[in-house]
Design a protein around this ligand. Structure first.
Ligand SMILES: Nc1ncnc2c1ncn2[C@@H]1O[C@H](COP(=O)(O)OP(=O)(O)OP(=O)(O)O)[C@@H](O)[C@H]1O
Length: 487
């Protein structure tokens, strides 16, 4: 199933909705670029069309694009890419004066990357780019003063509900989806401001309903949807035996994929040690089955996933459980997929883990990240958090992503500092060699699965046992892999 937000990404500025003024400004900026040669900052909330507008503009102008991501771009790379790209572009395409549009995503993440040249160097690159450059940001004021003062600025406003409705109507027509007008209005109201999430909602609802009604929209509302699942989690983790947990799972109105996310995210709140490890093992198996379903579209295998999720997790329980637990929606998974910025952070962390540990991205994401997240929640196990940060070379934003602590908190700041010291010490001890050697080679990337492509069942299977050992052997250094950093 193609993602409708991608399928209906505007290919020309004329298709950008609800931001006419910004759209016209952007076109004017491009048309007059030879006269002013300024970079432009395009800022606004997530899902309002900033990135789409940049690419649509490039399309309209016939300019090839170079994409850069601020959070993983080193200043040197930018310069190199620009120089290389420009030369290549001129030689190969001979397009209008070798013009190409540089699109830098997440430009509000530029600062704070001390080792990456920082905002001063970036400002220089931006002003000397010699090519039209668009910096995309959610938080305008997170960008340095100098940078802001050196660029033109265009604000993309939230897309109002009344502009969302026609966009949804257009998609319904293209997809042959029947709808009640009130249903589209309800989706638009619910997602006021954010066209991307409105399109996501539309797709989710259209997938399960022949004709969209207003009721479908309200029924899928988060609160209604969640009430059944909370009761189920409570029963699953605390009282049900395998068989009745499985039976109860049939009444939960979630797909096995979502159910897995809910269970995976909440199980560390009630389980610990060996029982948690066993539960994770079952969840890995479930993930493997879900991967097979995705690959074969054979939905009869869903039940094997559910067996593992419900019966497996219930059977992993050791000892009495009671009390009241504050379960939450799968923040991990939501957070992981909810915005492009977060997806990038997730993938950065997963890639680092994959490279360092020699596992697939899928395994890193599905098994190791939730585990690390549970262990380092709010940096509570500080030593481990520092070790993780050092080992996987994480920045504050990544640490905050994994631990759930705010990235600007002192806690995260000091973790990152200590990790830096640890890395330096390790580099000295191993004279650089051992440490570098421990990290993945480029070929590890080949094993990494692609975005959204589902999990690699085999890799998950292989790792299932390891992860069990890891979870149960917290103090077994060789298992956690964080040992070389002094945990
Ligand atoms: N103004 C818009 N006009 C038409 N489609 C839009 C608009 N805004 C968002 N969309 C839809 O949402 C998707 C995501 O938009 P886009 O990535 O451009 O948003 P963004 O503002 O760059 O968000 P982020 O800051 O999260 O990257 C697009 O592919 C498109 O389907």
């Amino acid at each position: 199933m193609t993602d409708w937000t991608e399928k209906y990404r505007p290919s020309s500025l004329s298709e950008i909705r609800g931001n006419n003024k910004a759209r016209d400004q952007l076109k004017k900026w491009a048309d007059t670029w030879d006269d002013h040669r300024d970079a432009v900052i395009v800022h606004g909330s997530p899902g309002v069309g900033k990135t789409s507008a940049a690419h649509a503009l490039a399309n309209d102008m016939g300019w090839p694009t170079i994409e850069l991501n601020a959070s993983d771009t080193r200043t040197g790379d930018v310069v190199e890419k620009l120089a290389g790209g420009a030369a290549q572009n001129q030689a190969l395409t001979g397009n209008a004066g070798g013009r190409q549009l540089v699109v830098m995503d997440e430009a509000d993440n530029l600062h704070g990357n001390a080792d990456r040249g920082g905002s001063k160097a970036i400002t220089e690159v931006v002003t000397d780019a010699g090519q039209p450059m668009i910096l995309i940001a959610n938080e305008f004021y997170d960008m340095s003063n100098t940078l802001r003062n050196n660029c033109e600025t265009i604000e993309f406003r939230d897309v109002q509900a009344r502009s969302i409705v026609p966009a949804l109507r257009h998609i319904c027509k293209q997809e042959g989806v029947e709808y009640e007008k009130a249903a589209l209005r309800a989706i638009a109201d619910k997602n006021d401001g954010d066209l991307r999430s409105a399109v996501n909602d539309l797709q989710a609802i259209a997938e399960t309903n022949e004709r969209l009604t207003e009721d479908d929209v309200t029924v899928t509302g988060e609160r209604d949807r969640s009430s059944g699942i909370f009761d189920f989690l409570d029963a699953l983790f605390k009282e049900k035996d395998a068989k009745s947990a499985l039976e109860e799972s049939y009444d939960v109105d979630e797909t096995p994929d979502d159910l897995l996310n809910w269970v995976e995210d909440n199980v560390p709140k009630d389980y610990e040690g060996a029982e948690l490890a066993t539960a994770y093992g079952f969840l890995s198996n479930a993930d493997k089955w879900l991967g097979r379903v995705r690959a074969t579209q054979d939905y009869s295998m869903w039940r094997y996933a559910t067996d593992n999720i419900a019966a497996g997790v219930a059977a992993s329980r050791r000892g009495e459980k009671g009390g009241w637990t504050r379960y939450g929606p799968p923040s991990y998974w939501q957070k992981l997929g909810s915005s492009k910025a977060n997806r990038k952070k997730r993938d950065y962390v997963a890639r680092k883990i994959a490279q360092t540990e020699g596992v697939s991205m899928s395994t890193a994401r599905r098994e190791m990240m939730p585990f690390l997240a549970a262990m380092t929640h709010h940096c509570k196990n500080r030593e481990l958090t520092v070790a993780m940060t050092a080992k996987y070379d994480l920045d504050a934003e990544h640490v905050s992503f994994v631990t759930g602590s705010g990235k600007d908190t002192n806690k995260v700041g000091s973790v990152v500092e200590d990790a830096q010291t640890l890395r330096e010490e390790a580099a000295v001890e191993h004279s650089g060699g051992a440490f570098e050697g421990a990290r993945g080679s480029a070929s590890d990337d080949d094993r990494a699965d692609s975005e959204g492509g589902g999990s690699d069942g085999t890799a998950v299977e292989e790792r299932a046992e390891d992860s069990e050992a890891e979870a149960s052997g917290e103090d077994d250094d060789s298992q956690t892999g964080l040992a070389d950093f002094g945990t």
